[in-house]
Design a protein around this ligand. Sequence first.
Ligand SMILES: Cc1ncc(COP(=O)(O)O)c(C=O)c1O
Length: 369
Amino acid sequence: MGKRPLMMVPGPVDCPPEVLKALGEQPLYPRNPQFIASFRRVLQGLREVFGASDGQPVLMNGGGLLAMEVACANFMEPDTHVVILNSGFFGDQLLRVAKCYSQNVTMLEAQLGERVALDKVRKHLDSSECHVLAVSHVDTESGVKADLKDLAEIAQKKGALTIVDAVASVGGEHIEQTEWGVDVCFASTQKALACPPGLALLMLGPRALQRLNSRTTPPAMVYQNLQLWIDSMQSYEKEETPRLVSTQATNLIAALDVALELIRQEGLELRIQRHEQIASHIREGVIALGLELVPKHSAYYANTVTTMYSPDKIHASSVVEQMLQNGVRIATGLGPRREELLRIGHMGITTLTDAITTLAALKRVLEEL
Ligand SMILES: Cc1ncc(COP(=O)(O)O)c(C=O)c1O
């Protein structure tokens, strides 16, 4: 096998060796006291990374799309009025999923590189019904970051629940779920948490828990039924004999336990600052190489991913291929804009040296193309 390239994609990211070691151990019995203790630490660690001191964490086997579907399936009913803010591919995905559960979904869409203006959101919510406002914190296609704090405030004034896709942000972006009043955040493990893929993470605030209890119809599903998972999570935190919904991916949970401990050791604030510094270095380098960033304003820049237009008339996949020849894996765009955009992921354990190596490779590739 050839040398593994430097992974600069927006997930899955490389993991620290300590995290990988936890994956290779024998699986623990889910009611073993050692596993229960580890699971409790994980649930508490999730509250820390989501900034959700009063949050109810839920963790199930799956990934980001499952977490999105669980959020939609549980907080949307056919007559729920849902407004989706779309800044890229993952807004489209939210729309597709929401439409499976609600017959009243409206999408406010921004041009590529923009976000939906707060005034537009305010006006829309003033003039129409809205029970749920859903948005991606960082859209991993466009690299645009949403102004979550302001959006949550607007939604709260309207009495609407905020559902946030934090898949590409938690662990690398500042999130204060409790303070900002974000009701539901969901994520997965393979991005800024620097853990392998395979777990769906949800964090529910107090209003979300009330909303679950006031559904007019009970959810017609088993694996995705949040009430069952909440009961299981609470039994893990409060009781000696936990109740399971389905056998937990115990090795992944052990790995997440280690990943969260490493975040604690680094310090969440310092980790976010590291992400900020690396992102800023990458952006400056990309601009210096003559490429155009996708996000139109600095307030939209994400810490975890940088997106840019592929050079004129050059397919993104050719740049990615050449980058691989130079030892660095970056990503093309997604969906219809696959060949137009290039995406560099810089989250988890990425270092400034990795950023410098990536920019040097990109410089060589652009000179050769
Ligand atoms: C913002 C965002 N949401 C959702 C997902 C879907 O996550 P998964 O691939 O784990 O299902 C991704 C994956 O890249 C993502 O970046």
